[in-house]
Ligand binder design. Structure first.
Ligand SMILES: [Zn+2]
Ligand SMILES: [Zn+2]
Length: 232
């Protein structure tokens, strides 16, 4: 299956307004992808519309989110069932500092329905650190039957290796995300604590339609199932 498990919708302030549920699903289909995940910053509120759009388009969708920990690290939650992802929202709300968004500065946070019609805006700024550490976030994702995947680990901003300098031994994760797979051998060599059988995901972190991956990266169904091995 060709995949891209890290795509932002127009709910994320940093994403373009063209990232509507239907545009994302149609573009992914045009690019030859079989399965995608929509992963907005600290929110699940675009996922129901995305799930409907995916069904209309005929593309498989994981319900996702990109959470920011108090260490300023990004970690993806990937869920097979929409309702499991949505059940995380009260916990996110309870751990998110209430800072009003300034659309003119950070960008709009648009909420759309499955026909791409605007239904509202998220008023709280989503680009913030939750009041929870990495390990607590991963545990919460697992408790809601999701897979926890540290995002873009080599990036200097919000990436475990790039910013924190290490992949913590105590962190329970189900895969590691890297934007350039050519870096994996060197990362492995420098980080022997990363288990041999670690699943690596290569996603786009698209904020514009053009950046959604082409059909360049494949995952087998068996490998995909391993993402949720740890899940109760
Ligand atoms: Zn990120
Ligand atoms: Zn992202």
């Amino acid at each position: 299956m060709h995949y891209d498990f890290h795509i932002h919708s127009c709910l994320s302030p940093c994403a373009e307004n063209e990232m509507t549920p239907n545009n994302i699903c149609n573009m992914a289909k045009i690019k030859g992808l079989d399965v995608i995940a929509v992963t907005d910053h600290n929110s699940t509120r675009q996922l129901a519309a995305c799930a409907q759009a995916a069904e209309q388009t005929g593309i498989a969708l994981l319900s996702g989110m990109e959470l920011q920990s108090q260490e300023e690290m990004h970690i993806l939650g990937l869920f097979r069932r929409l309702e499991d992802a949505l059940s995380m929202q009260p916990w996110i709300d309870a751990h998110m500092p209430v800072i009003p968004n300034r659309p003119e500065f950070f960008g709009e946070q648009l909420l759309l329905n499955a026909s791409d019609e605007a239904t509202g805006q998220e008023d709280r700024l989503l680009l913030v650190s939750l009041q929870a550490g990495l390990e607590e976030i991963a545990a919460c994702i697992h408790a809601h039957h999701g897979a926890a995947v540290p995002a873009h680990i080599a990036e200097r901003s919000y990436g475990l290796l790039g910013a924190l300098g290490t992949v913590p031994v105590d962190l329970l994760y189900d895969a590691l995300e890297i934007q350039d797979p050519a870096m994996i051998p060197a990362i492995r060599q420098q980080n022997p604590q990363i288990p041999e059988d670690t699943l690596w995901l290569c996603d786009s972190d698209a904020h514009r339609l053009v950046d959604i991956h082409e059909a360049d990266y494949e995952i087998s169904e068996a490998a995909c199932r391993r993402l949720w091995e740890r899940v109760p």
